[in-house]
Each structure stands twice: as C-alpha cells, then as structure tokens.
Design a protein around this ligand. Structure first.
Ligand code: HDE
Length: 716
C-alpha cells in the first residue's frame, strides 16, 4: 500500500468508531426480510413466487397425481436445501460468537512492538470472538468437560490479526505432527463413534498415558477450568509463543492473555453433567442473554514478554507449548481490554463461516520456532479451504475492513470483481496498480538460522512433570479434590485395565496422594512411594480464586425466586428491584407458568404475579442463586412439594447462594435436613445469618431493600 493510500485508509477507519467499522462493513450484506413485507417471496433468481406449498402436479383435481420434474420452483427449493450443510470443523465444531471491540490503555507496549493495534490508545479495533468446545460435534452439549476455544479476530487498518487461543494456557502436545494422533485419540472411537462430547474413554487415556508430554495439560483439563460456568467467566490464552518487533529492530517472545472482568468461575461437575441434558445450549444462551441485557462481557488483555536474548535463561524452553511462563519469572503486563457488545444476526454466515488462522498477523507481530505454532500456521488456512473454499477470506465475516488488493484470483465462489488488464506482478502498469510497498509492509524479522536437518525436539522439551506438579500444588484443597474426582470419573469410564493402570502410574510422577486416591477409586496401580519427589513449589496465579473480582458482584447472575401461592409480594418486589440495580436477572419460579398469587389475593382471580417458569420447567442447576421469601401458605405448599424440595436440596448440594426470609427459612431448613448439616438459621429477628453460604433473616425491611439485598446476594 502506498504511503498516501495508507494514510487515507487509516483516516477512513478511525473516522467511524471502532465497534462499527466491522459492523457497518457488514451492513450491505444484511438482508431484513421483514423491512418491506409487501415485496413478496422470490426464487433465488428473483422471480416472485405465487405458491411455495404445493409441487406442480398432473392432477384431475380429485386425485393428487404425479409430481412433475419440470417444476423449477420446487426443484430449486430442494436443491438448495440438499446442500445446506458444509463440513463441520474437524475440531472445535461447536461454537458461539459475538462482536466487540478492543482498546489499549496507552502506548507502553511500544517498547516491544510497532503494531498500532497494541500501541495506539486512540484506536478502537473491532473484534469478533468465537468460543468453542473441542471434542464434540456441532450438535453436542455446551457444558461438557473440555477445553474451550477462545478465538479472536481483530479487524485492524493494517489487516486482520487472529489470536486463536484456548481457555487453558498449555497444550497436550509439543509438536504439530502429533496433532492428528491426538485428535483421533480424543474424538469418538473409530469402531462405534462413542463417546460424544467427552474424553472419558479408553483411547484418550491410552494416548495421554503413552505421551507423557500431555501430563501438564491433563491436569488442567481435569480441573474446574474445563467446566466453566460461563464463556464470559474464563481466561483466554494464545498458548503458543509469538514474537513482537519494536521500531529499534529488537525482537521479543510474547504470550497473550485474556482475564475476565467477572472472575473465573466453574460449575461443579454434577451441575455440568446435568445441564448437558437439561439445557445443552446453556453457554451460547448465556452469552446472548448477557449481551442482550447490556451486561457486556469484558476481558483485560495482557502480555508476557521475554527478550529474545533470554530464551535460554529458564529451566523450561519458552517455545514449548506444554509449559507456562510462571508470572514470578515473567510478569504479566496488562495493556488493554476487550468488550463484547453485539450478538450475531445470523448464526451460519457469522459463527459458522468465521475462519481463523494463526498465520494472520499484522506488522510488528510475528511467529517463533514453537513447533506447534509452525504446524498451526499451515493447518488453519488449509482446513478453511475444505470448509469454505479457496475464497474463504472474502466472506463477509472474514474480510478485512481495510482494502485488499493483489493478484490472487479466481477459484470456486470468487465474490469480487477486479478491474484492470493485468493480474500478475511485475507488470507494465506500475504505480497506481497494487505494488509491493516498502512503507508499512509486513517485515519479517531478519535472523540467522543454522542447524542440521533432523527430526528432533529441543533438550528442555524432554521434561514433562515439573509444571504438572506446579499446577496441582497451586490449587486449593477443594480444587485438588475436584481434580481427583474428575480423573476418577474419567478412568472409571475406561474399561481396558491396561489404560487405567498405566495412567495411575503416570499420576504418581505428579503427586503421590493424587495417584493413590485415584488408583484406589478406579482399581489402578496403588503406589507405595512417590514415583518422583514433589518439588513443593506453587504459584498463586494458577488457582481460579486468584481472579475473583475485587468487589463481589451479582452482575449478569441468574437469580430464581421460588414461589407458591400465598407469598409476600412486597418482599418479592423489593428483591427484584434490588437485583435489577445489581444488574442480575431474576426469574420467578412458581407452581404454573402464569399468575402466582400473593397472600391477600384470591388464587385464580387476584392480580397475581407472572411466573417465568413452573417447577418442572426448569432445574436449580440453571440458576446461580435462590431466594425464598416469607408467606405462611406459600412456605407450607413448598414444603409439601417433592420438586421444590429437590430444587433447594440440589442447589444446596451445589453450594449455590440461597437466601430465605421468615417462613421461607422454615421451608429451607426442612429441605436441607441432610446428614451432618446443622444449618444456623435466623427466624426471630432481622439479623442476617450466614451459614454454609445460606443467608437467612426472620424479618425483612422492604424499605431499605436495595442495599441489604445486594449484600445478601453477594453473601456478605
Ligand atoms: Fe487448533 N485447529 N490446532 N488449536 N484450534 C482448528 O481450524 C490445529 C491448537 C483452536 O473458532 C482447526 O478452523 C493444529 C492449539 C481453536 O473457528 C484446525 C494444532 C490451540 C480453534 C486446527 C492445533 C488451538 C481451532 C479446525 C496443533 C490453542 C477453533 C477448524 C499443531 C491455542 C477456531 C479450524 C474457531 C481450530 C489445527 C492446536 C485452538 C484443523 C494442527 C494449541 C480455538 O486447523
């Protein structure tokens, strides 16, 4: 791009706000069939259709008669339908996406890079993010135990930049050549295509048992990280090591991080399992619900940077994707943030057709010799050709917001029409036509390469257990227990003793107690001494607790108010108002979807309060917190109903926040009368009692509701 053209492009780009630069680019492609309904229904070639319900037939009027092949309208409809499906992604097939924007706070990253997207605080860069699960197919469930993809496309004036990341900072393998083996092992088994959406089967555990470089990643995938509460409550990581180049010509290795504003939160395993059946679309609906209600998901953006000269200063190789860079050694520098503020208009052309590529970088950002990244740079472009055809980058969601001019031409489904007599370079036209530029063009970092051609990995790539231990040691005791339970669940689903006996031996290289507990649970090899000493090191940044927001918040949380006829209306109204202030959503759960009647109103004829769901219509798993207001009749009816008792017992078992008032407390106490549970509950006064995370009060002052209720909901 010539200098003046580059300037004009930049000006045009920044004159529209960043968020709308891509959204407005898409506007010409968006069709609104409801905007002008009088126009009528057309064929694909634009002819008005009078009847789209009956195929053309040779009929005598009494008998239907044979359908005629000559019906071009019927044929077109069927032809188009027959070819609606494209191949699903070979991994990460199930996803959800949204539009947003990215900003850096200042130019502090200019000491590392000259990429304006990372250094120019006046810029608002449009983004599109696709979150995904890895193992399951397009129709699988959202809340399975799996890694989550977190892929971000930045539409910058210098071209598109993609960070194709995950919610876990490391990967199963070190070298791209192992990827087909790994994916075959984790995907459904070849003989019976089982299981769907999970890694709990022989082949996965067989492979990871024989490929110990996966030990660190296995710890992460068996931790709570793999069952996120929301796509909005996960970290994101670029995983691979990229590079940054500054204006002085210096080069740095870099890792990219996303940190969610709402903290990192997970389901307990039992909830995740149940939601797979109760609401398989839970995560994609949660994303849509949050954006539509104005609770825009937000992440801080950070970089970890190692000057190139320090590559050998660590006991791990910074180019090994099975290793993190501990933050004590390489601090995380927060330089910007991203907000998602627009849901998609249509799933297929946006979420299904968006195509990411790790090789999409912009000037100032480059690659490294990370052998996983090098393979990825080849693979993504290639796979898009199978999914979308060679012109995949022209599709509306994928095309950059800056001009694209070159001599790449033709191929299936070419969209663009390019003027001019020449389609090659060099050509007689010279300046004025697209010419390679010396100003602002992508500059590869000039570096000396030497070596002997051989199939090897670096010497520090041989160590596999130090960081697996570091991760396990850094978890809180309950996070460790969840991890032990998760591996025990998975190995219990493996029926080949070779598989589960081998893996319990691998675990003993990480932690003796971990290996012992799992081995006892699953009939593995119970160790009598550690396979390897635990180095005892830990780091706070690996536990989810580290990311809890500084101020507790109920923003975007789903709160269910459980009601029967005869409840206290003033309380419910005050609670709802207070939750609204805190930006939570409230859901009335009643005996029927329809009116529920408060005390003082006649059941069936009073004004009532509209319930969003009836007790059978939803489950406790789908909510974050519960409120049971007071009301004599209401509490009695709740106590007599097996389903409402189950709602509260299950919520209690999943450690959810539960609040109860007055007679609601009596019901709650009865419902959670479980072995070993001595719930301290307050029935007598307006003092708030907090026991097992259950908050109770006998009397509730609806006048000062807002402040109090927020405190109750936040468990303060
Ligand atoms: Fe991918 N990966 N991957 N991957 N990956 C794909 O590209 C691949 C890896 C990740 O929402 C595919 O467009 C290889 C690591 C995400 O569209 C494919 C290797 C990380 C997505 C592919 C890896 C990822 C993909 C399939 C080992 C975390 C979904 C469809 C060398 C940093 C992107 C597609 C979306 C998708 C190849 C390893 C993340 C086949 C060869 C490590 C988030 O090209």
């Amino acid at each position: 791009m010539s200098g003046s053209l580059a300037g004009a492009v930049k000006q045009a780009f920044t004159s529209v706000t960043g968020q709308t630069a891509k959204v407005s680019d898409l506007k010409n492609d968006i069709v609104d069939p409801y905007a002008n309904p009088t126009k009528g229904l057309n064929t694909d070639h634009g002819v008005l259709v009078a009847d789209t319900d009956s195929w053309l037939k040779a009929s005598d009027g009494t008998h239907t008669g044979p359908s005629l092949l000559e019906d071009q309208i019927g044929r077109e409809k069927i032809h188009r339908f027959d070819h609606e499906r494209i191949p699903e992604r070979v991994v990460h097939a199930r996803g959800a996406g949204a539009h947003g924007f990215f900003k850096v706070y200042d130019d502090r990253a200019s000491k590392y890079t000259y990429a304006p997207v990372l250094t120019d605080p006046s810029r608002v860069t449009p983004t599109f993010v696709r979150f995904s699960t890895v193992q399951g197919s397009r129709g699988s469930a959202d809340t399975v135990r799996d890694v989550r993809g977190f892929a971000t496309k930045f539409y910058t004036p210098e071209g598109n930049w993609d960070i194709v990341g995950n919610n876990i900072p490391v990967f199963f393998i070190q070298d791209a050549i192992k990827f087909p083996d790994f994916v075959h092992a984790v995907k459904p088994e070849p003989h019976n295509e089982v299981p769907q959406g999970q890694s709990a089967h022989n082949n996965f555990w067989d492979f990871v048992g024989l490929q110990p470089e996966s030990a660190h990643m296995v710890m992460w995938v068996m931790s709570d990280r793999a069952v996120p509460r929301s796509l909005r409550m996960m970290q994101g990581f670029g995983v691979n090591t990229y590079s940054l180049m500054n204006a002085k010509g210096e080069r740095f290795f870099v890792k990219f991080h996303w940190i969610p504003e709402l903290g990192v939160h997970s389901f307990v395993w039992d909830e995740a399992l149940k939601i797979c059946g109760q609401d398989p679309d839970f995560h994609r609906k949660d994303l849509e619900e949050a954006i539509s209600s104005g609770a825009y998901p937000k992440w801080k953006f950070g970089i970890q940077v190692i000057p190139e000269a320090r590559q050998d200063d660590f006991d791990f190789d910074p180019l090994d994707a099975t290793k993190i860079w501990p933050e004590e050694l390489v601090p995380l520098e927060i330089i910007g943030e991203m907000t998602l503020n627009k849901t998609v208009d249509e799933y297929f052309p946006e979420v299904e057709q968006v195509a990411f590529c790790t090789a999409h970088v912009v000037p100032g950002i480059g690659f490294s010799d990370d052998p996983l990244l090098q393979g990825r740079n080849f693979s993504y472009f290639d796979t898009q050709i199978t999914r979308l055809g060679p012109n995949w980058q022209e599709l509306p969601i994928n095309r950059p917001v800056c001009p694209v001019m070159n001599f790449q031409r033709d191929g299936a489904m070419r969209h663009k029409i390019t003027k001019g007599e020449v389609n090659y370079w060099p050509n007689r036209k010279g300046i004025g036509a697209p010419v390679p530029t010396t100003e602002g063009g992508y500059a590869d970092f000039a570096s000396k390469v030497q070596g002997i051609k051989q199939r090897v990995r670096g010497s520090k790539f041989q160590e596999h257990y130090n960081q697996a231990q570091l991760f396990f040691n850094s978890l809180t005791p309950y996070e460790q227990q969840h991890l032990i339970d998760a591996i025990s669940f998975e190995l219990s689903h493996c029926d080949d003793p070779v598989v589960y006996k081998t893996y319990t031996q691998i675990l003993n290289n990480i932690d003796f107690n971990l290996a012992k507990q799992v081995a006892i649970n699953v009939d593995g090899v119970v160790p009598d001494r550690p396979g390897r000493e635990n180095h005892g090191k830990s780091t706070p940044t690996l536990s989810q607790l580290y990311y809890a927001p500084k101020e507790p918040t109920i923003k975007s949380r789903r709160i269910a108010i459980l009601l029967a006829d005869g409840f206290n209306l003033a309380e419910v109204q005050a609670l709802r108002a207070a939750f609204k202030v805190g930006q939570a959503t409230t859901w009335i759960i009643g005996p029927r979807r329809g009116k529920v009647y408060p005390s003082g109103q006649t059941v069936g004829s009073g004004e009532g309060l509209q319930a969003d769901h009836h007790y059978e219509g939803q489950r406790s798993t789908l909510f974050d917190a519960f409120i049971i207001p007071s009301g004599v009749e209401h509490a009695r009816k709740l106590s007599e109903n097996g389903r409402t008792i189950h709602w509260i017992r299950e919520a209690f078992g999943h450690c959810k926040a539960i609040g109860a008032i007055g007679e609601g407390v009596t019901f709650l106490k009865e419902a959670v009368q479980l072995p070993g549970v001595q719930l301290q509950a307050n029935l007598a006064s307006d003092t708030v009692t907090n026991s097992y995370g259950v908050v109770t009060t006998g009397v509730y002052d609806t006048g000062s509701a807002a402040a109090d209720t927020l405190k109750i909901a936040q468990g303060q």
